[in-house]
Design a protein around this ligand. Structure first.
Ligand SMILES: [Ca+2]
Ligand SMILES: [Ca+2]
Ligand SMILES: [Ca+2]
Ligand SMILES: [Ca+2]
Length: 477
């Protein structure tokens, strides 16, 4: 293969000194390295090929750029010959490789402030071995080949951007105990983030996983922790747990994905808690293929269809997918607040933007914010029944304190539109006046969708007129 521009760094640097590099290179000695210039249109296989432990590579904000050749890698921490540890890459932009950054059989490493973009396959990959994913193979039939029992473990990917790669954004294969925090995984061609091949005990937190072509997060390995992420506008489901168990999926915002918000396909003992799941193209959550003994508690669902327990067909797959088994949908009544903002913990909130969701229409005679009747999802079975559905006003996506009175605006019917602008628990003309008076303040101006009472995608005085006329019972002039 081509080796244009390849330099080999062989001398050990003086302790504490940084070795300057200005081209693709192979690093074979521990030490600190700094890139001193942009490196563009390189045709080597592995541009910065790290073959030593205890290496710090500082990109100094520079670019490492290839020519979109499959099989090439921008930064390759390559432990295939002997496992590596403590390899850190920071402050670097990596574009136009087959894979952007690959850690293979590396432990206790870090990738920080790195942008991996526009690769032909995977933006950032952690694995034991090169995967055999092909962009033309349907994701459901993909396998990754593992040639070693040694995974990549104890690594962190922090504050980095994995964007516009043709294949997966972030791929984690046969790798354990890694952490992925505060990254942006956006606009990749296929799955945003994938955990596959016995990748366990990883943590994915505080990331934005948005506008990827396929599933936002594909969890095909058990015992991973996914919390506090924003998972939006992906081409498939937001998060898919596929034949895996003991997953914690908590405190995520899962919205506007083309598929389901959350799919649990087979597997058991996962905890789906404290998530906000809104505006997804298919069900908020689907339990399929015998998925059983999972707990789905204290989530807010606001989708046209919130819960899918059906058997159904999937194009190109098995003739039909059997429904899920028994699952838990509530805990006992406990002091809250709950995810919707109400006073007690129980089950989940089931809303629809047209106001017909179970939680929006149920009776709550004692006013404790829990429905007086269970939600059995229409299947007349206790196998999947929420015995304590949440109800009452919502504040989970509140635009904040509109009037400066210290109270956030509330959404009495939880349809996503905040009529109770001053948060006093009632909707009246004072709220209409408050929205108008504060229309240029950030709480209103930055959240026009929450006040779009006409639901036409615009916020203007007509919205306030509509709310006012609804309150007064007058018909519009
Ligand atoms: Ca009640
Ligand atoms: Ca409302
Ligand atoms: Ca009010
Ligand atoms: Ca409007």
């Amino acid at each position: 293969m081509l080796a244009v521009g390849l330099a080999v760094v062989t001398a050990a640097p003086a302790a504490g000194a940084q070795t300057q590099i200005n081209n693709c290179t192979t690093i074979t000695q521990p030490g600190e390295y700094v890139l001193t210039t942009d490196v563009t249109n390189r045709t080597v296989d592995d541009c910065i090929d790290i073959r030593a432990s205890d290496v710090k590579l500082d990109g100094a904000g520079h670019l490492l750029d290839g020519v979109d050749t499959d099989g090439t890698v921008g930064v390759y921490a390559n432990g295939t010959a002997a496992p590596l540890s403590n390899v850190a890459v920071r402050n670097l932009r990596v574009t136009d490789w087959g894979g952007g950054v690959r850690y293979q059989r590396v432990s206790d490493g870090a990738i920080t402030d790195v942008t991996a973009a526009s690769t032909t396959r995977v933006g950032v990959g952690l694995s034991t071995s090169e995967t055999t994913w092909s962009p033309t193979t349907p994701s459901s039939t993909r396998t990754a080949t593992v040639s070693s029992v040694f995974g990549s473990s104890g690594n962190t990917l922090v504050n980095s951007t994995v964007a516009s790669n043709a294949g997966y954004g972030l791929s984690v294969a046969s790798s354990t105990n890694n952490g992925f925090f505060d990254n942006a995984v956006v606009s990749n061609g296929e799955v945003g983030v994938a955990f596959v091949d016995l990748s366990t005990d990883n943590r994915l937190g505080g990331n934005t996983i948005e506008s990827n072509g396929g599933v936002g997060i594909s969890l095909r390995s058990s015992s991973n922790d996914v919390g506090g992420n924003t998972i939006e506008s992906n081409g498939g489901a937001g998060a898919a747990i596929e034949n895996a168990g003991d997953i914690s999926l908590s405190s995520n915002v899962v919205s506007a994905n083309d598929g389901e918000g959350i799919v649990v396909f087979g597997g058991n003992r996962s905890l789906v808690t404290n998530n906000t799941v809104t505006g997804n193209g298919r069900a908020g959550i689907a339990l399929l293929a015998g998925a059983a003994n999972n707990s789905i508690v204290n989530n807010v669902f606001r989708n046209d269809d919130n819960v899918d327990l059906s058997k159904r067909t999937i194009p190109g797959a098995v003739p039909f997918v059997p429904a899920g088994g028994p699952n838990t949908w509530n805990r006992s009544k406990t002091q809250g607040p709950n995810r919707a903002g109400g006073p007690f913990l129980g089950g989940n909130y089931y809303a629809r933007t047209n106001g017909t969701g179970f939680s929006q229409t149920c009776a709550d005679a004692d006013g404790d914010g829990l429905c007086d009747s269970p939600n059995d999802f229409g299947n007349a079975s206790d196998d999947n029944t929420d015995f304590l559905p949440l109800t009452g006003p919502c504040t989970f996506d509140t635009p904040g304190d509109v009037t400066g009175n210290g109270k956030v605006a509330t959404d009495p019917d939880c349809d996503g539109f905040y009529e109770d602008a001053n948060g006093d628990g009632t909707v009246d003309a004072v709220d209409v006046q408050a929205i108008f008076a504060n229309r240029n303040d950030p709480a209103v101006a930055d959240n026009p969708g929450e006040f779009d009472f006409t639901r036409n995608g615009k916020f203007n005085v007509v919205d306030l007129q509509k709310l006012f006329f609804e309150l007064t019972g007058e018909t519009r002039p």
